[in-house]
Design a binder for this molecule. Structure first.
Ligand code: N01
Length: 543
């Protein structure tokens, strides 16, 4: 239903057209980008592959999908009335509620009439003679625009590993990142789940409760901190709403853009008893703030080991079989991979209908017509759930044939890893922007404020150009090189290279091993972006 404040506009049908800006993606980034540009009087159009808005929350409909940042913070702040009128029901919102929120925003600001749904962009090429981007979609739609803005998300290109025999499988196949819209029932079925990342950690307890038999194939055990999810009370919501600006301002001051109490204390200088108390306090509170206990956790391996061992001991307490507990207890650096937030994950392995198959030493041999084969043994499954993650950060861009000046492809430009200026633009690709692109804090921060910061920066830049009669902006090669070196340098000082994470692209065979997000923290990054703008878009060539 349309929000009463929304003005009715005629809805448009799939069309070719010429625009000031084309935005790819109608997730949280694309929706806000459209709202900002339209508000500035730009003719903007969103092209969206799905049939609805919501991005991540449109596609990731697997059982148990929910946010790992608390709802009251994982929400827009650009409109005070929106912030006041929306009521979150739980500490961590589940996917259906997040999707309702995205739809509410689309209706409230009357965004749908400028979104072309069911339109997957196949190519985007810069036509230097015309000074315009030409975008073509699968199915033939063709649009041109002065500015091309990729709001394609960081975790939106699902990764389905090329398992031998996959095409021969006779049962039902699902990927967590591309879940059907229809209800999926596992009742009475033997189900296999491949993977033990966040998506698996969230879905496994629910699948286990439904299925006759669940077999989980684990290559790397994962750390998970309890969510302690709970309904939000009216009193809590009222208190948050009474003080929303202060909450947002506090959050902006933290590394992750989340209102956590990050401690400046060092684990290495704290007694074992002191550490145990602090870890327990954070464990009881639940959530991602666990890693904020000490400043050296992501910089000093010995410090990190103290937190890792605390969590391993918790797993040993939760899982009845000591052998199984050891298999489920991760051995790598805690926080090197994205920390998972769980609701009954480890306890699920105490169920008689759940089996864990360790594939850390011997990979999955094949998918057979009947199931999954490991070390010559076939595990029969009526359904396989691939919880195998994403080609993160660059995948959604590189799956589009993007060509900048002189026909240069982004794929060629990035063959040694992504190179960007501020994660916002790339040399050789004029008037081309990425919202939360590689080289920006993106996935290391709360995505909503980080999206808003990028969208506002891009909108302001376009306003700046227009006010000066300019129409071209492109990062200089020097600015891009210097920013890339800075991003690498900061990442190299941490423990982030000690594991095979998607942050590094290690989960995708052949992908260059580069730590992709900017690790310097949200406040430092915001300052840098402000400084660049205040100096007339320093590091960008304007024309
Ligand atoms: O994906 P993942 P995800 N054989 O890449 C395994 C966000 N998210 O969808 O670790 C066997 O983390 C792989 O094994 P390994 C969040 O940022 C957020 O779970 O590579 N196994 C791993 O266990 C998250 O980090 C929420 O050894 C194979 C799993 O598949 C990100 O999305 C919820 C394999 C993939 O885990 C991605 O999470 C969900 C193979 N060939 C997701 N290939 C929230 O809570 C891969 N694996 C908000």
């Amino acid at each position: 239903m349309m929000h009463p404040q929304a003005q009715a506009r005629p809805s448009r049908t799939l069309s070719n057209g010429d625009f000031d800006a084309v935005i790819v993606g109608a997730g949280f980034a694309g929706l806000y980008m459209l709202h900002r540009l339209r508000g500035m009087g730009f003719r903007a159009r969103v092209l969206e592959a799905g049939s609805g808005v919501g991005g991540t929350w449109y596609w990731n409909r697997y059982p148990g999908a929910r946010c790992d940042v608390e709802s009251v913070e994982y929400s827009y702040q650009f409109d005070a009335a929106l912030q006041q009128e929306w009521d979150w029901s739980e500490r961590y919102a589940a996917q259906p509620e997040l999707l309702r929120y995205a739809n509410h925003v689309a209706d409230r600001f009357d965004l749908r009439c400028d979104i072309e749904f069911n339109t997957r962009v196949a190519s985007a090429a810069f036509d230097a003679a015309a000074g315009r981007w030409v975008m073509e979609a699968i199915g033939g739609a063709r649009v041109t625009a002065t500015y091309c803005i990729m709001a394609t998300g960081c975790l939106s290109a699902p990764n389905l590993p090329p398992f031998k025999g996959l095409e021969s499988y006779q049962g039902e196949c699902y990927h967590t990142g591309h879940w059907p819209h229809e209800e999926v029932s596992f009742a009475g079925k033997a189900v296999a789940v491949i993977g033990t990342g966040s998506s698996a950690v969230q879905s496994i307890p629910i699948i286990a409760a439904q299925a006759k038999q669940l077999t989980v194939f684990q290559r790397t055990a994962n750390y998970a901190i309890p969510a302690h999810n709970a309904p939000l009370t009216d009193e809590f919501r009222a208190a948050i709403k009474a003080d929303y600006p202060a909450l947002r301002a506090r959050a902006r001051q933290t590394m992750t853009g989340i209102d956590f109490d990050y401690s400046d204390a060092l684990a290495s200088e704290t007694s074992a008893e002191g550490r145990a108390l602090e870890y327990e306090r954070r464990w009881q509170r639940g959530g991602l703030s666990f890693l904020g206990a000490y400043k050296d956790l992501m910089a000093d391996q010995a410090a990190n080991d103290t937190a890792a061992e605390f969590v391993r001991n918790k797993i040993r307490q939760k899982v009845r079989s000591p052998a199984l507990a050891e298999l489920l207890a991760p051995k790598n650096t805690i926080g090197c991979k994205r920390l998972c937030i769980d609701i009954g994950y480890f306890e699920t392995f105490n169920r008689p209908n759940v089996k864990l198959v360790d594939v850390s030493e011997t990979p999955i041999e094949a998918i057979t017509p009947r199931g999954v084969k490991v070390r010559g043994q076939e595990f029969a499954a009526d359904a396989i759930v691939f919880a195998t993650g994403f080609d993160a950060m660059t995948g959604s861009l590189l799956r589009i044939d993007i060509r900048g000046r002189n026909g240069m492809t982004l794929r060629e430009r990035w063959h040694e890893g992504p190179r960007t200026y501020l994660g916002l633009g790339f040399t050789g690709f004029p008037n081309f922007f990425t919202v939360t692109g590689p080289g920006s804090p993106s996935v290391l921060t709360n995505m909503l404020p980080t999206i808003e910061q990028h969208v506002d920066w891009i909108a302001d830049a376009l306003g700046y150009l227009r006010a000066r009669g300019l129409s071209c902006i492109e990062p200089s090669a020097q600015a891009e090189d210097e920013w890339g070196a800075h991003v690498d340098e900061l990442a190299g000082r941490t423990l982030r290279y000690t594991c095979g994470s998607w942050y590094l692209g290690v989960n995708i065979p052949g992908k260059p091993r580069v730590f992709m997000p900017y690790i310097g923290g949200f406040p430092r990054y915001i300052e840098k972006c402000k400084e660049v703008a205040s100096r007339g878009y320093e590091g960008f060539v304007l024309g």
